[in-house]
Design a protein around this ligand. Structure first.
Ligand SMILES: [Fe+2]
Length: 440
């Protein structure tokens, strides 16, 4: 099949054929899946709204019969008698009511925790408690940790994205958090899609904190409708409010063991966020700085150039030596270093590494503009990144568990960092024409 026909066929497949892209109507995949809340907590997810060394937020949902819910926490111990040493905290509860869906969302932020300590918690009330989940608080020291980064999940979340989130966790069960670089779902207001997102991730969300980024599809309410961040976002995720006032809980930063993570909203208010970023980057005691947001500084696929974003934010990444930028949106894989996309010439002023990735099954053609040093089409991937004081080690895997890309960034006394390309030499670039396609 020629490439343009194949591309069209894939878009068609994920638009109308096999899944949940446009319709909330049940199909074979979803028939056994009940997306509605009950009195028993579900959609339980760890996030941070404050310091990861001493606090932990958790959010969950129930049906609207539950008007009071609680979080219970203790230091974890191998003895089951930890249950006699718990503290209980009443949740904040907010309703989410639409024509077709109603739920109560509850959240608790456990405070005054000890750094680098294993805790155990559950959520619920009376006879409707969740199971106990364990998590570890961040250390105060800049010691080695690992995290996961995923590009757009977006489509066929339960049927096909599930292998990405589960593969990532299986590859890095000690990961301290998961970055979702936007477009978690395709239709921002679809309770069915959100419920598949939560079901695919399952208990992983209860033990590994998430750092979710809002993509353009978290702003999609149907064609021609006004754009705004979905009403599902803030009830579902309890996030920092240390960004600009215009974007509560979708523009923020988190400091984790010597790394500042800028979580940005590339959908709107770019200049306001740039001003904010200047203050957050100027006064940054961390050794490492990464930025994550949905749209790309350098496009991986065709017709995707975000000139305004590049012109507004990239000068700050250059000026303040942001080490790594993690994006989504383009539905392909690309990783490049120090390359000016217009001239193709190495830019000695910046050592920032740019990555674009995708975890779901909707996949686009790569751009002909080869700014990237490693790329892939037609491939679902997940990334595992380890960081210590001196070295950031990055690995990207296909969802079939093959190492597809790797590099290290080594901190030097002076900027720029030392970059070591470790991509596998004997693994050809995956393209639509050398990988599985729709049978003729
Ligand atoms: Fe997307």
């Amino acid at each position: 099949m020629n490439k343009s026909i194949q591309h069209f066929a894939l878009i068609f497949l994920f638009s109308v054929g096999v899944g949940n892209f446009t319709s909330a109507a049940p199909n074979r995949t979803t028939a056994a899946h009940d997306p509605f809340p009950t009195a028993i907590p579900d959609h339980i997810i760890l996030t941070w709204s404050n310091d990861p060394a001493t606090t932990q937020s958790v959010t969950w949902r129930t049906d609207t019969s539950i008007v009071e819910s609680y979080g219970e926490i203790a230091r974890a111990d191998a003895s089951p008698y930890f249950i006699f040493y718990t503290e209980k905290k009443k949740a904040q509860t907010e309703p989410l009511l639409t024509k077709e869906y109603s739920a109560h969302y509850h959240s608790v932020t456990f405070m005054s925790l000890e750094p680098n300590t294993l805790y155990i918690y559950r959520v619920g009330s009376e006879d409707n408690w969740s199971e106990w989940f364990q998590f570890r608080t961040a250390s105060r020291e800049s010691e080695l940790f690992t995290f996961i980064y995923l590009g757009d999940g977006q489509n066929n979340l339960l049927s096909m994205w599930s292998r990405a989130i589960r593969g990532a966790y299986s590859a890095a069960p000690d990961a301290r958090f998961i970055i979702h670089a936007g477009d978690l779902v395709a239709n921002a207001d679809s309770y069915l899609q959100w419920s598949k997102w939560f079901k695919a991730a399952g208990w992983i969300n209860g033990i590994v904190p998430s750092i979710p980024i809002a993509g353009n599809h978290e702003y999609y309410h149907g064609s021609g409708k006004k754009r705004y961040l979905t009403d599902y976002w803030r009830p579902q995720f309890t996030l920092p409010e240390n960004g600009i006032d215009l974007l509560p809980e979708s523009n923020y930063f988190i400091d984790y063991q010597g790394m500042r993570i800028l979580a940005l909203n590339s959908n709107e208010n770019l200049e306001e966020q740039a001003k904010w970023m200047e203050t957050v980057l100027k006064d940054n005691p961390n050794r490492w700085t990464i930025a994550t947001f949905h749209h790309t500084i350098y496009a991986a696929t065709v017709n995707r150039d975000h000139k305004k974003l590049r012109e507004t934010w990239k000068p700050l990444f250059d000026k303040y030596h942001v080490d790594l930028v993690l994006a989504g949106h383009d539905h392909a894989y690309s990783r490049g270093h120090n390359i000016d996309p217009n001239t193709g010439i190495s830019d000695p002023q910046t050592g920032t590494v740019y990555v674009v990735s995708v975890s779901g099954p909707k996949l686009y053609d790569l751009t002909e503009n080869r700014w990237m040093d490693r790329a892939a089409e037609n491939t679902q991937l997940y990334q595992v990144i380890s960081v210590d004081q001196k070295t950031l080690s990055y690995r990207s895997y296909t969802v079939t568990g093959e190492l597809y890309d790797a590099f290290q960034i080594v901190k030097k006394r002076k900027w720029p960092n030392k970059f070591i390309d470790k991509q596998p030499k004997d693994f050809p670039e995956r393209r639509f024409d050398n990988t599985l396609s729709i049978p003729k």
